[in-house]
Design a protein around this ligand. Structure first.
Ligand SMILES: Nc1ncnc2c1ncn2[C@@H]1O[C@H](COP(=O)(O)OP(=O)(O)OP(=O)(O)O)[C@@H](O)[C@H]1O
Length: 263
């Protein structure tokens, strides 16, 4: 469903992805893990076509995103559903109208069909009973689930999740993880979960890629990841502050920055 074939990308002079190759097959939920600034969000933007690879190819459902024009890009994006960490709901619209929004925007659907689809999506996330509430009346976990119902309104073949677990309480965390898995299996497509949340994602994904400095440094199934002796993977799994991923970003020496080196 998604293939990165030797992809390089940078903002200006700064290289962000270096010769990155990975693939996500139909039916799979795949986690992309990596430290802050390792290029995870950039990777999602390359899939959505907001950014284009400098070298290499990004294929979505077999088509090269880098060569798409406006029209084909628009068609490709219809296959994508996105849930972002702060995927804000429209605060002046009810839960029902939030989920109906992408369906109405698409046009042509009679309101009776919109209604059935909205209730079906809300039912899938367990919130049919919240249809008439306003976003301000929802807990953080509920709001995330409504955003998820809205993201799947048009039955996307590929779901992209950017930090879906951030800021959730343990119960909402588990519910969101299970929903990601169940919706993937129900939609019959593929899902990519960009996350720092090791425990939650290992419980639901089929495969994990670890990114560091814009390259894949380790990969495997959850069982392989748990058994890995790779220093990077161990640092991540055990949440160690320092290791192959340094705590400090490269900077001038601290003493120089504080002007302590003057005689
Ligand atoms: N629009 C931009 N212009 C310039 N540099 C950018 C831009 N967006 C991101 N970067 C840089 O590219 C690198 C990768 O950013 P990216 O957002 O992909 O990382 P990330 O892995 O998603 O990080 P995090 O987990 O902190 O969200 C970072 O060093 C960041 O500073």
């Amino acid at each position: 469903m998604v293939v990165f074939d030797d992809v390089s990308f940078g903002y200006g002079e700064q290289p962000v992805l270096r010769d990155l190759s990975l693939r996500i097959d139909r039916g799979q939920v795949v986690a992309i893990m990596g430290g802050s600034g390792s290029g995870k969000t950039t990777l999602l933007k390359l899939i959505g076509g907001q950014l284009r690879a400098r070298t290499g190819r990004v294929l979505v459902d077999g088509d090269d995103v880098g060569t798409m024009n406006e029209t084909t890009l628009y068609g490709m994006r219809r296959k994508l559903g996105m849930l972002f960490q702060f995927g804000a709901l429209f605060t002046d619209l009810s839960v029902y109208d939030n989920v109906a929004f992408p369906l109405r925007e698409r046009g042509k659907l009679p309101e009776s069909v919109v209604r059935d689809l909205v209730l079906m999506k809300l039912h899938a996330v367990g919130l049919r009973g919240a249809a008439q509430l306003m976003p301000a009346e929802l807990s953080g976990g509920m709001a995330r689930r409504v955003a998820l119902a809205r993201a799947i309104a048009l039955d996307p073949a590929i779901m992209l999740y950017d930090e879906p677990f951030t800021g959730l309480d343990p119960i909402s965390l588990g519910v969101t993880g299970q929903l990601i898995r169940e919706l993937n299996d129900a939609l019959g497509g593929a899902s990519i979960v960009v996350t720092h949340d090791v425990a939650e994602s290992l419980a639901i994904v089929d495969y994990v890629y670890f990114l560091a400095d814009g390259a894949v440094v380790a990969q495997g199934t959850p069982d392989e990841v748990r058994a890995s002796t790779h220093p990077f993977v161990k640092q991540f799994i055990n949440a160690e502050p320092d290791g192959p991923v340094p705590f400090h970003r490269d900077a001038e020496p601290y003493a120089t920055a504080l002007n302590l080196e003057r005689p």
